[in-house]
Design a protein around this ligand. Structure first.
Ligand code: 5AD
Ligand code: SF4
Length: 440
C-alpha cells in the first residue's frame, strides 16, 4: 500500500507524522511523495495559527476529487486541528475516513494500522469514526524499525508532549494537554536504536523541550544532563533540539551544549516580542534583557552558534513603541533565521478575550518591516558563508545541512550519512550552493 504523509504545521507535527508512519515502513507500506499515486493519505494538521488551520482545511476540500476517483482510498486527518475541530471536520468533509486528535498521539500507530488494515475488508466500520482522546502515556514503546519516514540519516525523537505554560495567545496547551515526559530509558533506547539503524543526526522534540526531566534509579535527570549522556552514544554525529523555552536556558544548558560534541551550534529561541510590557501580557516569563544576557553567554561559550527565533506582530494593544522594541531586540540578537507571524486570536485562549485592536493594515505593515529586517539578517548570514568550506551531513542526492542549520546543495553525492566538506560558491533561494571534491 502506498502511503502519503502530509503535514501543515510545525516540526512537532512533522515528527508526529513520522511517528505515525514509521512503524508501517517495511510492513507492506511504502512512502510516496504525492497524493496522486497514494492509496492512503495521512494529513497532519496544526491549529496554532488560523492560517495553518485554513491551509489544512482547504487541502481536505481539494481531496474530495482524489477520493471520488477511487472510494477505496483512505483519508485520515490527524493532529491539533483534528483535536479542536473533530466533529466539525466529519460533518464538513463526509468523505474523510478517520479523524484522530493530537491527544491520542500515543495511540497513532495502532489507530492508523487498524484503519488502513480495514481497507481490505470492512472499511465501512472505520469510516467516520472520531477517536476520543486518550490523554494517557504509553510506557511500553516498541523500538523503531526505521530511522524515520523522510530521511535515512536524520531522525526526530519526541521526548515530551504537551505544555504546562499558558502563554496568553497560545492554543497548544488546550489541544495537546499538559506536559508528559518520556522516561529517560525509553528516550535513550529510541536514540540508540535509530543510530543502530543508520541515523547520524537526532533532533529531540518537545513543545518546551528543555523543560524535560526524567530519572534513573530515583535520581533526577534534567535536560542538560540528557544531552551530555546522549552525546556519548557511539555513532551519533549530531544532536539538535527544538523548541527550547527561554525560561530554561541557563548556564547548565549552555555548558552541556558546549561540552557535548554532537550538540550542534544552533539554538532556536522564540522571543515572540521585544517589548517587556507585551512579554508580560503574553505571560512569557522572561524579558528582553534576559534574552540578550542568555545569548551573550551562549555566544561567548560557543562562538560558532547561530540563533533563530519566532516573533508575533500585532498582539493586542501593541503600540508603535512596542513594535520598535521588537525591531531593536532583533537587531541586537541577529537571528540567522526568523519565523514571523501576524497575531491571530485562537478560541479559548486568554488573549482571545482581549480586543484584537491592532488594525490588519497596521499588522501587515509591521510584518513587512520586520520581515525586511529579518530577511536582511538571513541574507547576511548566507553571504558570510560564500567562499568558506563547511561540513555537511549528506542526506542523499547532494543535499544536506551544516551543523549550524543551513541547507546546502552541492555537486554529486556519495552514500547518505557521510559528513562531507563542501566549498560554498553561492546561494540560491536561501540554500547554500557548493562543490565538493570528496567522492564516495
Ligand atoms: N497568533 C500568531 N502566532 C502565534 N504563534 C502561536 N500562537 C499564535 C497566535 N495566536 C506562533 C508563536 C510560536 C509559533 C509556533 O507560532 O510565535 O512560537
Ligand atoms: Fe504555547 Fe507558550 Fe507552551 Fe510554547 S510555551 S507551546 S507558546 S503555551
Amino acid at each position: 500500500m502506498r502511503l502519503h504523509v502530509v503535514t501543515f504545521g510545525c516540526q512537532m507535527s512533522v515528527a508526529d507524522g513520522e511517528e505515525l508512519a514509521s512503524p508501517l515502513k517495511g510492513r507492506g507500506f511504502t512512502a510516496v511523495g504525492d497524493a496522486d499515486t497514494a492509496d492512503a493519505i495521512v494529513l497532519n494538521t496544526c491549529t496554532v495559527r488560523q492560517h495553518a488551520e485554513d491551509k489544512a482545511m482547504s487541502f481536505i476540500g481539494r481531496l474530495r476529487e482524489w477520493k471520488d476517483k477511487d472510494p477505496e482510498r483512505v483519508l485520515i486527518v490527524a493532529g491539533c486541528a483534528a483535536e479542536r475541530l473533530g466533529p466539525w471536520i466529519q460533518k464538513r468533509f463526509p468523505y474523510v475516513d478517520l479523524v484522530v486528535g493530537a491527544k491520542s498521539i500515543e495511540d497513532y500507530p495502532m489507530i492508523v494500522e487498524e484503519a488502513l488494515g480495514a481497507r481490505f475488508d470492512a472499511l465501512a466500520e472505520t469510516r467516520q469514526a472520531f477517536r476520543p482522546t486518550t490523554e494517557r502515556y504509553r510506557e511500553e514503546v516498541p523500538l523503531p524499525n526505521a530511522v524515520g519516514w523522510a530521511s535515512p540519516v536524520s531522525a526526530f525523537v519526541t521526548i515530551m508532549r504537551g505544555c504546562n505554560y499558558s502563554c496568553s495567545y497560545c492554543i497548544v496547551p488546550a489541544v495537546r494537554g499538559r506536559e508528559l515526559y518520556r522516561p529517560y530509558e525509553t528516550v535513550m533506547a529510541e536514540v540508540r536504536a535509530k543510530v543502530a539503524l543508520g541515523a547520524k543526526e537526532i533532533t529531540l522534540l518537545g513543545q518546551t523541550v528543555n523543560s524535560w526531566n526524567g530519572n534513573e534509579g530515583g535520581r533526577r535527570i534534567r535536560f542538560p544532563e540528557l544531552l551530555r549522556r546522549m552525546g556519548k552514544i557511539e555513532g551519533l554525529d549530531r544532536l539538535r533540539f527544538e523548541s527550547p523555552h527561554p525560561h530554561f536556558v541557563d548556564d547548565d544548558l549552555i555548558e552541556a551544549m558546549t561540552a557535548t560534541k554532537p550538540v550542534c551550534e544552533q539554538l532556536h529561541l522564540p522571543i515572540q516580542s521585544g517589548s517587556d510590557r507585551l512579554l508580560k501580557i503574553m505571560r512569557r516569563n522572561y524579558d528582553s534583557a534576559r534574552i540578550l544576557d542568555q545569548t551573550a553567554r551562549l555566544r561567548s561559550a560557543m562562538p560558532l552558534v547561530e540563533v533563530s527565533t519566532d516573533i508575533i506582530v500585532g498582539f493586542p494593544s501593541e503600540t508603535d513603541e512596542d513594535f520598535e522594541r521588537t525591531l531593536g531586540l532583533v537587531r541586537s540578537l541577529r537571528p540567522s533565521w526568523s519565523y514571523t507571524f501576524k497575531y491571530s486570536p485562537r478560541e479559548g485562549t486568554e488573549s482571545a478575550g482581549m480586543a484584537d485592536d491592532v488594525p490588519d493594515a497596521v499588522k501587515e505593515e509591521r510584518l513587512a518591516r520586520l520581515n525586511a529586517l529579518c530577511d536582511g539578517l538571513t541574507e547576511e548570514a548566507l553571504a558570510a558563508r560564500v567562499g568558506k568550506v563547511v561540513e555537511v551531513l549528506d542526506e542523499g542526492g547532494g543535499f544536506g545541512r551544516t551543523r549550524d542549520g543551513f541547507k546546502v546543495s552541492w555537486n554529486g553525492s556519495g552514500p547518505a550519512g557521510r559528513t562531507v566538506k563542501v566549498r560554498i560558491t553561492g546561494t540560491s533561494k536561501r540554500i547554500l550552493k557548493g562543490e565538493s571534491d570528496e567522492r564516495a
